[in-house]
Design a binder for this molecule. Structure first.
Ligand SMILES: Cc1ncc(COP(=O)(O)O)c(C=O)c1O
Length: 445
């Protein structure tokens, strides 16, 4: 291939691959972070011209301006939001996958990729204790996964009861913001159940708010802000009694299925109808990837899929990922997880997730021993909420910003029961508990 109207020297490709290799080897710089528009515009504004520029010049914009002005989520000191911790295997493979240019929307376009992705889905299905009928697809993120699952849920329920004036989803106060966004897109109401003080929704609290127009219960399998896992077994009973769909939002938390110590928290999962888990969160895969799985894949296929005359030749007898979510074209975004799992083995995954739990336990225990810090919650999975007793909100924000800028620690405040608190969420197996505790000591002075 010559490049036709788009010549590109081999030397430039090699330079980019060399940078890629070094970046994967060394990881992100913890001092990097967002820059203001006024800083970026003079460099990146006008970077697209009629005549074009040399690859070195433009790639230089990427390495010297774009990358340094992004948050280093993959660094072991990045403990806010839900960060990410892709393995070097997954990152290396992702670069190769990009070069392969595979269309993985259907079997015709990406049979081998789709088959391998389904191996990774099968690992999750087996951990959930779901039958052979289970299946699904990797979508871009948890928001799209939740939307696709809840659309399937409503179709399923609509086939069983007369359509109410308004449909509703039942979830807890700790449900992720994406559930509210999904309800808006689907034009359905949300019935929001008060969670217990730990952030957990009980089956009784859900039963007390249940209405006949509800088509799905969404259970947190690891609430983002507090790590709570709802009473999945109790909610499965409730769903069974009322013939409702039970969806588990485990975008963050369901990775913990791999750890035998945390696994019992998800008892009842075997009776849920759908789940999501984001490999780009706690399953050591790069952005972006969400595993959306139906216990009975046929329920996903009944709700999704696109028909068009130009698609009539597509092989309908094989597994077509586009039949299971709201999308058609897709990259094989489950393959970096597959590659990393296949290289390292599932035991290494179980060990790495158990290690993050132990790091969270060590940090929480250290916080309880420090005068001037109150441990409020956790670890729940690997989320910890705590508060410095003698700091104002402004001081907390300034402390967090100082440590973010220096690259020492990304530990940002959140709110818990209306009060500003610090939140840590550990997903990186190389996070060093002693390092974190030494920095937290500066909160007590
Ligand atoms: C529990 C939970 N659900 C859903 C989402 C949405 O996922 P995404 O950002 O991948 O769309 C997130 C986080 O982002 C989450 O933590």
């Amino acid at each position: 291939m010559t490049g036709g109207p788009f010549p590109f020297p081999r030397r430039a490709t090699e330079a980019m691959l060399a940078w890629t290799g070094a970046r994967i080897e060394h990881g992100p710089d913890p001092k990097h972070g967002a820059q203001a528009f006024d800083v970026l515009e003079p460099v990146l504004g006008g970077s697209i011209t009629r005549e074009g520029r040399t690859p070195d010049e433009v790639f230089g914009l990427f390495t010297d301006t774009i990358v340094p002005s992004t948050r280093p989520f993959g660094h072991p000191t990045s403990l806010s939001f839900v960060a990410s911790a892709p393995t070097r295997a997954a990152l290396s493979f992702d670069a190769a996958l990009g070069a392969a240019g595979i269309f993985a929307g259907n079997w015709d376009g990406g049979a081998g990729a789709v088959h391998a992705e389904n191996q990774a889905l099968r690992w999750i299905v087996d951990m959930a204790g779901w039958p052979d009928s289970a299946g699904g697809v990797f979508v871009a993120g948890g928001t799209l996964g939740n939307l696709s699952a809840l659309h399937a849920a409503r179709e399923w329920r609509a086939a069983r009861i007369a359509r109410p004036d308004r449909w509703a989803i039942l979830c807890s106060t700790e449900a992720h913001s994406s559930i509210r966004a999904v309800a808006r897109v689907m034009d359905v109401d949300l019935i929001v159940v008060d969670a217990h003080e730990t952030g957990r929704m009980s089956a009784q609290a859900a039963a007390d708010r249940l209405e006949s127009r509800v088509f799905a219960i969404v259970a947190n399998a690891g609430a983002t802000n507090c790590g709570a896992v709802d009473d999945i077994a109790g909610l499965a009973d409730l769903a069974e009694t009322h013939d409702l769909w039970l969806h588990l939002d485990g975008a963050y938390g369901l990775a913990a299925l791999a750890d035998p110590v945390m696994r019992p928290q998800f008892d009842g999962i075997e009776r849920a109808h759908s789940l999501i888990v984001d490999p780009h969160k706690w399953l050591f895969a790069p952005y972006d990837s969400c595993a959306l799985i139906y216990r009975d894949a046929a329920h996903g296929a009944a709700a999704h899929g696109q028909q068009a005359v130009y698609l009539d030749t597509v092989d309908k007898n094989h597994f077509n990922p586009s039949d299971y979510a709201l999308h058609l074209t897709r990259r094989a975004r489950g393959l970096p997880l597959w590659f990393s799992l296949a290289v390292h083995g599932t035991d290494a995954y179980a060990d790495a997730i158990a290690r993050t739990r132990q790091v969270a336990e060590t940090i929480a225990a250290g916080i309880t021993k420090m005068q001037g810090l109150d441990l409020l919650l956790g670890p729940q999975l690997t989320v910890i909420l705590f508060r410095p007793t003698a700091m104002t909100e402004d001081e907390m924000i300034a402390w967090a910003e100082g440590h973010r800028r220096s690259g020492a620690l990304l530990c940002l405040p959140t709110r818990w029961r209306g009060e500003m608190v610090f939140r840590l969420c550990i997903v990186h197996p190389e996070t060093d508990a002693e390092w974190v505790l030494n920095i937290l000591k500066t909160l007590t002075r």
